[in-house]
Design a protein around this ligand. Sequence first.
Ligand code: NAP
Ligand code: GFB
Length: 315
Amino acid sequence: MAETVIMVTGGSGLVGHGIQLALEEDKKPNEKWIFLSSKDADLRNHEATKLLFEKYKPTHVIHLAAKVGGLFYNLENNCDAYMNSQMNSVVLDLCKEYKVQKVVSCLSTCIFPDKTTYPIDETMIHNGPPHFSIYGYGYAKRMVDVMNHAYNEQYGCHFTSVIPCNIFGPHDNFSLREGHVIPGLIHKAYLAERYDQPLVILGTGKPLRQFIYSVDLGKLIIWVLREYPEIKPIILAVDEKDEISIRDAGELVIKAFGYKGEIVQDLSKSEGQFKKTASIAKLRKYLPGFKFTPTKQAIEETVNWFRKNYETAKK
Ligand code: NAP
Ligand code: GFB
């Protein structure tokens, strides 16, 4: 059987580790996986990235690399976040040049139009402007879908994309300033417990989010790489009924820590999109029996990982 060489850009991040953890139970002998970090090459640099294609000769690419942050990073860094488009252009064009058989890139449910009907589905990406907090990140990601179709129509390339909801898990970015809400709250709960200080939840806690465990997402991305036949994107999220409020997510973090101290709300802080409820009807059509890890269990596993790896965790 011919060897499949799968090169994962951004392989050292949250989702890259989710794939690595998922692969522990789903290895295939003919697959060679290569997980890259920014230390291997700055993917905005064409020459440096070309050397990676020369070195590894990938038959398949999972393109995860991006400058990623939570609401408060994106609010202040729309220009830097838009520069992800530079990386996307370099990677996709080299995939065409090196005749990569399939590319799976990563979008996000936050890039859908701000003013929309719910639930959001895969057909709605380009229907109107994204939320003002993420327009740089959002338009850069939307262009990946445009490029996927254009490369397919003009050059016959099989480039596709996945659209995950909010993700969390081991190896997340636990930065209080730049990170997403679950790793942020986990880090804050850790500090609150350790230094006997209040845990501050930003905003009212009312906005709603679907949260997927990185290991579940890893399994689904592996399936997309191996089986998903379309150029059009597919939403990878938990069921609509499992959408929870930020307050509920905070409660789960607090319970996982057994934290008994004071909880404070900072109502001066932005809340971002109220919700971005996405339908997984398409995913269920392909994989009706896929089982997601219950959010409570996934948060407990992430909290345990953070406690064990506090010194080295990205924060
Ligand atoms: P992450 O943990 O921040 O990891 C980002 C990865 O990209 C790291 O491996 C990083 O390398 C690499 N990278 C960043 N800039 C680079 C550059 N200039 N050149 C080469 N590599 C670079 O991010 P993540 O959460 O795993 O996100 C993976 C993908 O999922 C992204 O496309 C993101 O937009 C998407 N996504 C994330 C979420 C979420 O909630 N996290 C939700 C929806 C979609 P280093 O480790 O060396 O820095
Ligand atoms: O995960 P997050 O930063 O991003 O969640 P988004 C923000 C929500 O959680 C807002 C509340 O309603 C915040 O007010 N929140 C409460 C907190 N406490 C905290 C905290 O300590 N840290 C953070 N970060 N939020 C993102 C996009 O939007 O969606 C990203 O900005 C990404 O780029 C992601 O694509 C999927 O869900 O609002």
